[in-house]
Design a protein around this ligand. Structure first.
Ligand SMILES: [Zn+2]
Length: 354
């Protein structure tokens, strides 16, 4: 049993293959998978810049780290449902459940449709996060029937227990480009980088807790190009930051991108950056300190989980205390007491079934 677990975890640490709906045309599905494989070509930049480390919470920008970041947040990719989303939702009425922080919500609206519209990224939508928030508001467990997307797999209804469920909808239009008035699949490197950056953006919507749940977008301030639209981020570590930092790194690392491609990536990067309303940069000294502490935190987590079965309670308790202390220090450095919170809590919520 242990060996099986080891083999599975080894395999999953190497590749990243989310479930891709069979409702995509087969060549569309192949393009999506080859986009993900393209990540392995973006490993030229070994040293991530400090801000990248701060927001992604890992030290080196290797393909493996990028894939494992996505693997935690992106599990099912389905094509855009032009009929509307509600046909796949099932509300469970007879299950005893407890949502964490039940009265804390990131945005005040109450309709599922408005909720879905919060995502201004029309290329992709993180349905899992939106449905989780809808369930939280209704105090119900919501399940999603994905059987028509994966007819061979006898899937049970997917319980939306966390924004981490990783259910992402992709608008197929972004897989194509127009060549002499004909739509053809688009495997150009820059297009792959842009789609990947959208996927990282959506990945961030799988995170968050309480007021940062889902890292939903907020209304842009008056001086923004998007004034009045819900197309900005109040947190410095939100979806637009994740997408922008990925673009910045990929801009350096994409050896197959032309100069023109790189200009385009830069423009999209600048656009994403401009959507972070509350941008207040930390000093490079605090960023360095946070990155060091995050590194220590990751190592302590590793020690905690590797010792989980063999260690004394005493040892585990002391590791847990260390983890708490490090977390507190990091949060304080990111969000000094006198200032408004600019870095949202990235720990995902989980719904308890009782
Ligand atoms: Zn978004």
């Amino acid at each position: 049993m242990l060996l099986v677990t080891l083999v599975i975890s080894l395999q999953s640490s190497l590749g990243f293959s989310p479930s891709i709906s069979t409702l995509f045309e087969s060549e569309e599905g192949e393009l999506i998978q080859s986009d993900l494989d393209f990540l392995s070509t973006l490993t030229e930049v070994k040293e991530a810049d400090p801000e990248f480390q701060l927001i992604f919470e890992f030290q080196e920008m290797t393909a493996q780290n990028l894939k494992s970041w996505l693997r935690k947040r992106v599990s099912y990719l389905i094509p855009k449902d032009r009929e509307g989303h509600v046909s796949i939702l099932k509300v469970s009425r007879d299950v005893d459940i407890l949502y964490p922080d039940p009265n804390i919500s990131p945005i005040p609206t109450d309709s599922l449709y408005t909720l879905m519209d919060q995502f201004q990224t029309v290329q992709m939508e993180n349905l899992g996060a939106g449905i989780y928030l809808h369930g939280k508001r209704k105090r119900r467990l919501i399940k999603v029937d994905l059987s028509h997307h994966f007819p061979d797999r006898k899937l049970e209804d997917l319980k939306i227990l966390s924004p981490r469920v990783g259910l992402i909808e992709i608008n197929q239009d972004i897989l194509y480009r127009e060549v002499s008035k004909e739509k053809v699949l688009d495997p150009y490197p820059a297009s792959r980088v842009i789609r990947l950056s959208n996927l990282f953006h959506e990945g961030r919507h799988s995170d968050g807790h309480g007021d940062s749940l889902g890292f939903f977008h907020s209304v842009c301030p008056n001086d923004s190009d998007y004034a009045g639209l819900e197309a900005c981020d109040q947190f410095n570590n939100g979806a637009y930051s994740i997408g922008a930092l990925f673009l910045k790194a990929a801009h350096k690392a994409c050896v197959s991108c032309s100069e023109g491609d790189k200009e385009l990536l830069k423009l999209i990067y600048l656009d994403s950056r401009s959507r972070i309303s509350n941008r207040e940069s930390l000093s490079s000294q605090s960023i360095e300190e946070i990155n060091n502490l995050t590194n220590q935190l990751n190592l302590t987590y590793q020690e905690f989980y590797s010792d989980f079965s063999g260690s004394s309670d005493e040892k585990l308790n002391s590791l847990q205390v260390k983890i708490e202390k490090l977390n507190k220090k990091i949060n304080l450095l990111k969000n000094p007491a006198a200032k408004p919170i600019t870095y949202g809590n990235t720990e995902p919520e989980f719904l308890m079934l009782r």
